[in-house]
Every structure is written in structure tokens, then in C-alpha cells.
Ligand binder design. Sequence first.
Ligand code: FAD
Length: 820
Amino acid sequence: MLSNLPTHGWLAVLPDAASLALVVLSVLTAAFVGLPLWANSLVLLALLWSAGLPLPVLALVAVPVVLFNVPALRRALLTDRLAAFLVRAKLLPVISDTEREAIEAGDVWVDGELFSGKPDLHALVRTPWPGLSEAERAFLDGPVEQVCRMVDDWQVWQDRDLPREVWDFLGKQRFFGMIVPKAFEGLGFSATAHSAVIQKLASRSMPLAITVMVPNSLGPAELILHHGTDEQKQHWLPRLARGEEIPCFALTEPAAGSDAAAMEARGVVFRRANGELALRLTWNKRYITLAAVATVLGLAFKLEDPDELLGKGKQLGITCALIPTNTKGVVLGRRHDPLGVPFYNCPTSGQDVEVPLDAIIGGVAGAGRGWRMLMECLAAGRGISLPATSCGGAKLVARAVGAYAGVRKQFGLEIGRFEGIEEKLARIAGNAWLLDAARLFVTGGLDAGLKPPVVTAMAKYQFTELFRESINDGMDVQGGAAISRGPNNTLAHAYVGAPISITVEGANVLTRTLMVFGQGAIRCHPYARREIEALAAKDRAAFDRAFWAHVGHVIRNGVRAALLSLSRGRLARSPVSGPSAVHWRRVAWASATFALLADLAMAGLGGDLKRKEKLTGRFADVFSWLLLVTAALRRFEAEGRKSEDLPLLHWSCEQGFLRMSQALQGIVRNLRIPFLSWLLRGPLALWGRVNPLGHGPHDALGAKAARTLLTPGETRDRLTAGIATEPEASRGLGRLEAAFAACSAAAAVQGRLKDAVKRGELQKAPAERLLAEALGKGLVSAAEAQTLRDAETLRRAAVEVDSFTLEEYLATAGKLAQHV
Ligand SMILES: Cc1cc2nc3c(=O)[nH]c(=O)nc-3n(C[C@H](O)[C@H](O)[C@H](O)COP(=O)(O)OP(=O)(O)OC[C@H]3O[C@@H](n4cnc5c(N)ncnc54)[C@H](O)[C@@H]3O)c2cc1C
């Protein structure tokens, strides 16, 4: 104890307890801010010396300090033995070649900050926020608006295809070449513009959006653009951009779905009779979007060169090639029926199909490089198409369901005024705002030239799940009106199609459990990958450096997690002041807790963690909600801190921190690691329940968020900006909008009538009689009475649902049967 120490140090001027507190505080502060080990050691020694510790005791303390700070000593005595043990005990994750290529593809971005435990909040608040160029805006207001008007989604479902003139228009207006640079006759759009186009098309018609999405996402254009030879670029890109070639990309097979690298498609290099080298390809692919109408098939297969004609070995690995679909032996034409959603989704096969060697994307140099190409392209693509589709869908739900809840009356009240409905509306509004924030946050990164696969995997997973949540809520609010299909139904087709987004581009269960955290832990962790690679390369010096830096990192995060939890984040410095500062601080707190637990799980479970998917899934939830909350906070700043958006910002953050808390609770209660399980499951789980990161949005906050959907005006319009409007005011969304505007305009007069009844000036009576009496008594003017009557007419029309004669009904079913 310090009370027994001699009093020559300057700390002696303080009482003993204060000295002790100062030493502890200084050491904790040094750890909290993350000083390197040597600096931490100096702080400790200086403080102990100042406290008057006798030299022999100081020397004793100095022994481990020196040991840990002198690399040669540290390695000889500790690290080399530890490294040998880790290798012997197989505690490090085994990374397959395909996993390694996936891990090496693309960039680490804000995911690295959020995984660090000490994110640079000042950098996060300055992440690039994207905008649209004049040309991109003009395209959205011109051709995109026009094609939305040309497409009647109900008719598309009846005809089981887009009209011919829409296909032609899409080609002519370069919709299929949004990602192709202008130099190759494409539109050369940014990721943000590409996303805005898909968002708008998706809100009008899913088959329309999918048809445009596929040529612009992972597929021939993307692969040729980044990996093609000059000749391939010159040949294919202008044709694809002009819509003269319709592409598809075939990766999935009956035995290779999520595990795409297990593909059985084969290519063999051989020499033709004329001496030219060529490929003989055999494949059986399924679920290939656009395949039946494609003119060029992108194919992934494993390439073999038994006679080593290319001089690169016998097994070259996964390779991508472009095959004109009129090549002899290409089998196309059959269709799958993806939940009845009328877009082209098909199987394709080929047996010993011969193509020239230059069909390989990237030429001979591209042989065997297919997996890496696919991983790199997916790294960007996952952040655009499906997030845009989900965001467009979530905004459509917000607009249509809000209007319906403001128009539909039961028990004498608009249903939006019932708390049960309000709860759903709050989630619909919050999700729409949050998804738009995250959409722009992610495309901002992509437009800055980054390809962050973990961020885009988080986006793909969370966007599609949150859209599913929104559409389910929307269906509940609209009730029978959502279930009865017909030209006036605004939700049913989006509801039916929701599982498609969940499954494609990496089915969500796998994306969540294996990609977001599985890959994230290796990619985004500041030291894990360096340690694994150093051990694999038997580079003990590199392992020593990474390992001890890692130890310091864990100590820092442990101290940060404890202090930030005790202070509920107040010890972190927010990069902004005002109402959002509290959330920024909680981002720091959540990141420290997440990083600490991730390290404990990695250290305690080693390579086994990969198989503990219930744990990695929960880690993925914390990680991806951290990203979403950060995006929401960034949006609030980027849009000039609009006070009317505060309910939506607070709702999004509270929801995010609640989800993080639930996932963290699940982790501490289920993480089984030697010596620490009792601490995690007992005191820490209890502390997490007493002092969670978040409790979720308060009811009053939910009410404010819901009101944004029930009040016509700028906030509602901004919340749902960028989606297609219904051109016909008497149909579907148009009919709802008209009724909503009229009912909102009539609300004040309606309120006056109600008050008059309450005061006894009017007798309770059916609407028309009440109005006549009010008119007679001069309580409303003739114009106001007409406003009320118009609103009532529109209200009644808006809640009507479609019905069919038996012939019409059977004709619809017959058309369906014909096309399936
Ligand atoms: C409408 C539609 C369009 C498509 N378009 C194309 C296209 O154009 N080109 C193309 O090549 N492919 C396309 N696909 C294929 C799509 O990418 C696959 O469906 C997807 O990869 C999943 O494969 P699967 O359906 O065989 O499911 P499976 O691989 O059988 O997976 C079934 C379930 O198991 C989960 N799972 C699998 N492995 C794991 C694991 N290790 N850990 C945890 N969970 C796991 C999955 O997440 C999923 O939930 C399309 C699919 C559909 C439905």
C-alpha cells in the first residue's frame, strides 16, 4: 500500500488514497487513449517512482516491463513458444484458397474503424457524402420517369413480361450501360446515380428493376470493364451499353449454390485441327437471370489444361468466359418461376461447347483468375442493386401505407391513430429513413473508389432484412387491401418478391454468419490477419510485433469498454454537439464492447469460432447495426441537421442500439471460453441488462416518427423522395395519394364538426345529415362542406379493392399457366 511508502516522491504531497487513485487513473487514462506499450510502461514507472516506491521494488516492477518492451527478449522467452503452441494446437483458423482470395479482394473502409474499438468519430462524420451530377439528375427526371410511366406493373404480371417497347426503350436509352464508361458509349454513372435509378424502377415494378439491374451488376460488363483485354473492351462494352447484347452471368449450379466455388462446370484447353488453341466447355447452371433472352452468357467454370498448352499448369482453377448464346451446343430457353414474379430466370447447360481461347475474360492472363474477379466485382455490386431495390421498396411502403393509415377509418377513427398501427408506422418510417441514409453512405464510399466487401455484405444483409420487416408491417396495416391483388394493390407484388432479394447475391444466413463477421474479423481486425499470415509464413518477428500490439489493443478495448459502459459513453468525445452527440458517444461505447468481445471469442474459440455461427451471426448484427447507426448520424449532418428529421434520427439510433444490446446479451450468455464463461454469463450479462446500450425507441418517440407518414408535407416527401409516382390519380398509389391529400385538407373542418357535436351544437348523426345541419347553422361554409364531401368520396374510393368476373379471373390464371 502507498501508506507504507517513503515520502520522497512528489505524489507524497497528496493523501495516500489520492495518490493511489491518481496512479490508477493515469494508468487507465493511458490505456483508454491507447498509448503504445512502451509509453504505457513509462507512465507506470514514472508514477510509481513519483509515488516514492523504493528502488528495489521499482526494479522488480521494471523486470516484466523490460521483458515486454525488448522484442528480442520477449520473443525468446514468450512469443516463439506461444507461436509454436498455436500452430501445434491448431488454434488459428484454417483459410482455404478461395477464402484467401475473397479476403484479399477489395478494401477495408469504415468497417476497420468500427471494428477497432476506438473509431475515429471525427473521420466518420466526414465520410464522403455523395450527390448527383446534372446529367444524372436529368436522366432520372427524363428517361427513368418516362419508363416508369410506360410500365404498368399489373399488366406486366398479366403478360408475364415487360412490353416490347419498354425493352427497346431501355436499350436505346442506355439503361443497360449505366456502369459502362462514356468512352465506350455507356452512361458512365456513379454508384449513387446507378442506385437512384434502380431505387426508382424498383418502386414502380420489380421485373423492370431486375431487368435493368442484372446487366449493371455482377456480369459481363462489370467483368470486362475491370478485367477484360483491350480488344474485349472495344468489342463488348459498346454493344452492351447500346443494348444490342443482352448479358447474363451463370455461376450457380445444382450442387453449387452458396458454395459457388464447388462448381462442377469444366473447361478444357485443347488444340484445334487448324492449330489454334480453344476451350471445350461443359456446364449445367440454374437460376440464371435473363438467360432465356441473353445474347451473351458469362460463364464461371474450372479450367483444366491437361497438356499444359498455356504453360500455366494442369489445373488452372476458376475462370470466367463470355459465350455468345448462339454458339453451337448452348442450351437455353427453359424458365424457372421465381415466386411468380415475371422476370427471366432460367437454367442453362452445354456439353462440349467449343469457344476460342479469347472468350476467357482477360485472355490467357485471366485463366484461373475468375474467383478473384468475381469477389472483387461482388465487393462493389452488393452495395448497389439490392440495397437500392430494398430502399425503393421501403419508401414505397412508407408512402402507400402512411396514406392508407391516414385514409382508412375503423371505429370512427383513421386507423393511423390507433397505437397498434402507430407502432408499425414508426418502424416503417424509421426503416425508410435509415435505409436511405445507409444507401447514400455506402454509395458515397463506392464513388470514392473503394470496394469494401464487408461493408457491402452488411448492406446486402441488413437492407433486404429491413425491407422484409417493412413490407410485413405494411401488409399488416393495409390488411385485406394489401392481400387482394389487382391494379390498385400497392404492396402485394413487393411482398411476394421480398424473399428473392434475401436469397440472391449470397443468401442472407450465410452472408450474416460467414461473411460479415467471419471475413470481417480477419479483414477488419487490426492484427488478426497479420498474425495468421506471419504464422503461416513462419515469420516469428512479424508475429511477435503483431501479437503484442494485439495484446495492447485488447487491454485498451477492455479499459474503454468498462469506462464507456460505466459512463454510458460520456467519456468519449463526440465530433459534434447537439442532439446527436449522445448517439456518437454510444457508437464509441458499442465499438469498444464489440471489439473486446470479438477478441475474447477469437482467443477463446480460435479456429472453432468459424463454426459457431450463432455467435458469429450475433457479432454480425452488432457490427452491421454499428454501420447503420453511423450512416444515420452521417446523413443527419450531411443534410444540415434538420430538426424535423430528429424523430427519425433518434428512432433509427435507438432501434440500432437496442438491436446491438440484444445481440451483445446473446454473445455474453453463450460465449463459452475457458476461465471467463462465469464472468461473461454472470456479472457481465447482469450488467448488460442493468445498463444496456439502448432500450429501443420510446413510445412517444415512435409516435413522432409515425406522424411523419401521417402528415402531408416536406418531411414526408423527403422521406420518400426518389420513388416513382403513379401517373393516374384514380389508381393504386395515385388514388391513395389523392384521398390522403383530400382527407388531410378536410381534417380541420371535420374536427370543428366533432367539437360542435361535443358541445351539443350539433346532434350526432350520419355524415351527410350532420353536414347539412352544420351548413344550416352556419358552422361550415358551402366550400368547406364540399371539401368534406370530396374527401369522403375519395376516401371511399381509396379503400376499394379490385374484383374480377370469373372469366377475368380465369383469364389471369390461364395466362399464368401458359407462361410457367
Ligand atoms: C431469382 C434468383 C435469381 C438468381 N440469379 C442468379 C444469376 O443471375 N446468376 C447466378 O449465378 N445465380 C443466380 N441466383 C442464384 C443465387 O445466387 C443462389 O440462389 C444463392 O447463391 C443461394 O444458393 P441456393 O439457392 O442453392 O441455396 P443454398 O446454397 O442451398 O443455401 C440454402 C440456405 O443455406 C444457407 N447456407 C448455406 N451454406 C451455409 C453456411 N456455410 N453457413 C450458414 N448458412 C449456410 C444459405 O444462406 C441459405 O439460407 C439466383 C437465384 C434466384 C433465386
